[in-house]
Ligand binder design. Structure first.
Ligand SMILES: Nc1ncnc2c1ncn2[C@@H]1O[C@H](COP(=O)(O)OP(=O)(O)O)[C@@H](O)[C@H]1O
Ligand SMILES: [Mg+2]
Length: 1019
């Protein structure tokens, strides 16, 4: 008989009893919905849930024809069945509405599978309807609607003793409307539900539904049945056709190990890393790599729900190998098993019986397994599996992947140990993946290779985002935010990019205004991680309201909770792995490991509570943490902004922008300054506002130049706005900075006329003000321009002059209105000029001075800049090994700090170097895509140089005809735009080519490789 636990004394009691047999406490009325435990009073919060709405078809006519007593019985049976099925799927029956039932999944606590549990429950409900024990042979049919989304849920209504969980939001309405649109016996789910559970169920897309209360037609799907492949990660893997970015090193290591495997040296590899970091993707990449060479493969998938089922991953794989199908008869399976057993060469009746038993087939009469102890049965099974594996793989090259070992049951681990021991003398690779918390003997033994996957760098993150945004529909701001919020976790980047794009597609009227939010596909699992915290979750909510990083003392002030409770909660929070802590309380600091976890914790707090909290935090910060205001003005600025005190926040944002820019953190600076400008522009216009806006715009222009490239359109826009204010205000000192930045804009866009004009204006102004920083900047700008035009002697004069002034006035102490140091810039240009004048040794000396100066300054931006110019010199000298080194070094800085202009230049040079040194086609491909990227961000500077580099790779490949066309395009390009510095070099190469090509037949000279020539006019 089923037993229930008494909520008061925990004694076990028969389910049927109305009172506890031990202490007499009234037990739940069996007619009441059975609710999952732990639904004590809950504060209202915002959270994603899945709502299921189920209603009996034709209940009114049923009620009219049935005797009321029979109707009551129908409802009783129906409800009991609903209760049971929903509870079994961990749902929460919120309410019965007449003949309908409303249930929540993901409340009171979420997990990663709630949407799929809701759909499973819906399908189970449909399946159960046919066999309900109803009176008089009545048949009952239901319609079901399921929807997933954000709601406010909790004890909204408190009427005396009766607490009612209420839910507010669109999701329940949607579920109800979908329900009424469903066919009798059907399950209709919302788009969000479908997206989260894609791959787990077969869905039929419906024509968009027009639903009452919804403005636009709603996309929905009919759920037909669950698919065979059960787990989410596999469903994902099936749909994953993504290339692999940023894992070159790891993949190379694996490929290297694979070559050892092929030479007969078995390998055991464990890839560890947090969820979504790309473990399976790396395995997949290896699979793709080895696909061409003969080998055999198998995969064991461990799952969260099968940790307690011994050897489940192996059984599942074996059933797949045998070809078992869903719903297949026992006879059918036996026949398939017999074939498998022959294939494995298993002869003993004991092992044949063991494997049949293992696969869940009923024992044959007088089975040899009869009477075996469980231990003995396990031993026989393990031996048999090992022998089968051996027979199957044998001496073939084999890749056995075991996914998600942290979920593995202990018997699978035991088997795996034995497989690994066996692998040593065989051409087998055992490749396992696990989350960081997994550890066993494997993590300690030396002959297991460990690969720890860390978060991707910014460059790789940007490439994933760009991959999913193939049509480049995302506004740059949205992609930047995605990269910033996702912390280099590919799963997050992928999901977020897709969902922002989908959001844009759904609301095309608001183009350009892409909202970056937590994607539905991630929301559940993020909230689930928070829910597992229990009481410490409230601390997470408060901490998150402070920010991604928060300190103990600030939290203590804001929360006003007993110290012991706070410390305990923080300990739990740290143990959960959601935040990392530094130091000991009260000096400790905490950091949410993921920006998205912080967002999810913050989102749970009701809006009105948030406002009040921000206000309180701002007050505490101002009154008790005044030193923070200087160190991190953005912190107070943020809380003031969120609590609606914009005018107080603006100067703090401005200060934060300045601080960030001074540390070359230009991406952050842009964020701070843009917020300042945005808030300022909400204030009434006038002279005062304009005066406040001008320095903000200038700072913005500088940081935008650094973080998006000098010639990016937004730089031009901001400078134009600044210029308008300058003109309106008359003679303002800021004009110099506007002109100087405009000059850089034109130089990089290679608009020689306006560049010369602004350079001249800068020289004029500087000679009037006589300020050293202005004189240095204007000499440098003029020198640079002359260098571009190939007027080498004149250029040298200006550039040397700029350097001289810088030294004399201790330039490192001055503040310049541009992102890079003018001494660095001058030396970079001077180096090329002197080299072009034929003085190689002189150019080398300048390069040494440049290196020393950059080292002294210690700023990443100047380092990236100088590395790219040194690469330019190396390519002009055709020192490709050196070019490769410089490009790699530059790329590392640029990927880390997000300097797209120099990042693209560096990757161009890397391609050129690879083209000459390693692999012409691969190098050329890399160089060409960087070439296009530079075109896209408006960088025309040194374009002819780059074409020259491409021409030289082609030349080295023997494609003289193509090389010649590229060089001709470069010459025309250089002459038409006026950047004629590279002309002599181009002409030399052209002459070389003609001399070389003369010795070839015309046919050989134009082999015509695949791929259009860069810069060639369209045919
Ligand atoms: N290096 C990468 N480049 C591009 N996409 C990646 C990369 N690593 C992972 N992904 C994508 O991110 C998602 C999560 O990766 P996955 O391998 O499933 O993570 P894990 O197995 O560690 O949980 C997948 O959709 C995968 O395609
Ligand atoms: Mg995985």
């Amino acid at each position: 008989m089923a037993r229930a636990k008494c909520p008061n004394c925990a004694a076990e009691t028969d389910f049927e009893s109305a009172f506890c047999q031990a202490c007499g406490t009234p037990l739940a009325d069996p007619a009441m919905p059975r609710r999952p435990p732990a639904v004590a009073s809950r504060r209202a919060e915002r959270r994603p849930i899945t709502v299921l709405f189920c209603d009996i078809v034709g209940s009114v006519s049923l009620a009219n024809t049935l005797d009321p007593e029979d109707m009551m019985q129908v409802l009783d049976v129906f409800r009991a069945s609903c209760d049971d099925i929903i509870a079994r799927h961990n749902g929460y029956v919120a309410r019965y509405l007449g003949d309908g039932v409303l249930a929540y999944f993901g409340y009171p606590s979420a997990d990663e599978e709630e949407a799929s549990r809701a759909v499973r429950a819906a399908l189970a409900l449909q399946a159960a309807m046919g066999s309900l024990p109803l009176p008089n042979g009545i048949k009952c049919q239901v319609r079901i609607g399921v929807a997933t989304g954000l709601v406010v849920i909790g004890d909204l209504v408190s009427r005396g003793e009766i607490r009612e969980v209420d839910v507010v939001g669109e999701t329940p309405n949607l579920a109800a409307r979908l329900q009424s649109a469903a066919p009798a016996g059907g399950v209709i789910v919302s788009e969000a539900t479908q997206r989260i559970t894609a791959g787990l169920f077969t869905y039929r897309p419906l024509a968009p539904l027009t639903l009452k209360g919804f403005d636009a037609p709603v996309q929905a799907f009919e759920a037909l049945n669950a698919t065979e492949s059960g787990s989410r990660s596999r469903a994902r893997a099936e749909s994953a056709r993504t290339p692999i970015f940023g894992r070159d090193h790891e993949l190379r290591t694996l490929i290297d190990r694979w070559s050892r495997v092929r030479a007969g040296q078995g390998q055991v590899v464990l890839i560890r890393g947090e969820a979504g970091i790309g473990k399976s993707h790396l395995v997949e990449a290896l699979r793709r790599h080895v696909a061409d060479a003969p080998h055999v493969q198998s995969t064991w998938n461990c799952g969260p729900n099968t940790t307690d089922s011994a050897l489940y991953p192996v059984a599942e794989q074996l059933a797949r190998t045998a070809g078992f199908e869903r719903g297949e008869s026992v006879e059918g399976r036996r026949a398939k098993l017999a074939r498998l057993v022959t294939r494995f060469g298993l002869t003993s009746p004991l092992s044949t019986a063991a494997i049949a038993d293992f696969l869940g087939l009923p024992p044959a009469p007088s089975s040899p397994l009869e009477g075996l102890t469980p231990d003995k049965l396990k031993a026989v099974t393990l031996d048999t599996l090992l022998a089968s594996l051996d027979a199957w793989a044998g001496q073939q090259t084999t890749l056995l992947a075991i996914e998600d070992l942290h979920w593995s049951d202990s018997t699978t681990l035991e088997l795996l140990d034995r497989v690994a021991a066996k692998a040593k003398g065989r051409p087998w690779m055992i490749l396992a993946t696990a989350r960081p918390e997994f550890s066993n003997r494997w993590t300690e033994i030396a002959d297991v290779l460990h690969i720890e996957l860390t978060r991707l760098d910014r460059g790789a993150a940007e490439r994933i985002c760009a991959h999913f945004d193939a049509a480049a529909a995302l506004p740059p701001e949205a992609s930047r935010q995605i990269v910033a919020r996702c912390d280099g976790i590919p799963l997050f980047i992928e999901e977020m990019t897709k969902s922002v794009l989908e959001g844009m597609a759904a609301a095309p009227t608001r183009q350009g205004d892409a909202k970056v939010f937590i994607p539905a596909t991630l929301h559940d699992s993020l909230v689930a991680r928070l829910d597992r915290l229990g009481p410490a979750r409230r601390i997470a909510n408060f901490g998150a309201t402070i920010g991604r990083r928060f300190s103990y003392d600030l939290l203590a002030e804001v929360m006003n909770a007993p110290e012991a409770e706070l410390r305990q909660g923080l300990l739990e929070l740290t143990r959960s792995g959601l935040v990392e802590s530094h130091g000991l309380p009260p000096q400790s600091e905490y950091l949410f490991k993921h920006a998205l976890i912080r967002d999810a914790a913050y989102e749970l707090v009701l809006k009105r509570e948030r406002d009040a909290l921000h206000r309180q935090i701002a007050t505490v910060l101002r009154e008790q943490f005044s030193e923070l205001q200087e160190k991190e003005p953005e912190l107070l600025a943020y809380h003031l902004t969120e609590s609606g005190a914009a005018s107080e926040a603006i100067p703090l944002w401005a200060a934060a922008g300045q601080r960030a820019a001074s540390r070359a953190a230009h991406v952050e600076a842009v964020g701070h300054l843009e917020t300042a400008v945005e808030l300022l522009r909400r204030q009434p216009p006038g002279a005062e506002r304009a005066a406040a806006e001008l320095p903000l715009l200038l700072g913005l222009a500088v940081s935008l130049s650094a973080s998006r490239g000098y010639a990016a359109p937004e730089v031009g826009r901001v400078l134009a706005e600044a210029r308008v204010i300058c003109d309106a205000m008359g003679n303002v000192p800021e004009l110099f900075a506007v002109l100087r930045n405009a000059c850089s804009f034109y130089i990089v866009a290679v608009e020689m006329g306006p560049a010369a004009e602004t350079a001249r204006l800068c020289l004029d102004m500087a000679s009037k003000t006589d300020l050293p920083e202005q004189r240095i900047e204007s000499q440098y700008a003029q020198g640079y321009l002359l260098y571009m035009r190939g007027e080498l002697a004149e250029a040298r004069k200006y550039l040397e002059n700029a350097g001289e002034l810088y030294r004399r006035h201790d330039g490192a102490q001055l503040v310049f209105p541009s992102p890079q140091d003018p001494m660095v810039g001058s030396l970079c240009a001077l180096m090329q000029v002197i080299n072009a004048l034929g003085d190689e040794a002189g150019a080398n000396r300048v390069e040494e001075e440049l290196q020393a100066h950059v080292l002294r300054l210690g700023r990443d931006y100047d380092r990236a800049y100088s590395l790219c110019f040194r690469a330019l010199l190396a390519s002009a000298r055709r020192s490709y090994v050196r070019l490769r080194t410089l490009a790699d070094e530059a790329l590392a800085v640029c990927n880390e700090r997000s300097y797209p202009l120099y990042g693209a230049i560096a990757s161009f040079y890397k391609g050129v170097a690879i083209g000459h040194l390693e692999d012409a086609d691969a190098g050329l491909h890399m160089a060409m895509s960087a070439f296009d990227a530079l075109d896209r961000i408006g960088c025309k500077l040194a374009r002819a140089d780059r074409l020259h580099d491409i021409g030289r790779v082609r030349m080295a490949m023997g494609d003289f005809g193509d090389a010649l066309s590229v060089i001709d395009v470069a010459i025309a390009d250089s002459m038409s735009c006026g950047e004629t510095f590279p002309l002599p070099m181009l002409r030399r190469t052209r002459a070389e080519l003609l001399a070389g090509a003369g010795r070839l037949t015309p046919d050989m000279a134009t082999k015509g490789r695949a791929g259009a020539l860069p810069g060639a006019p369209p045919k």
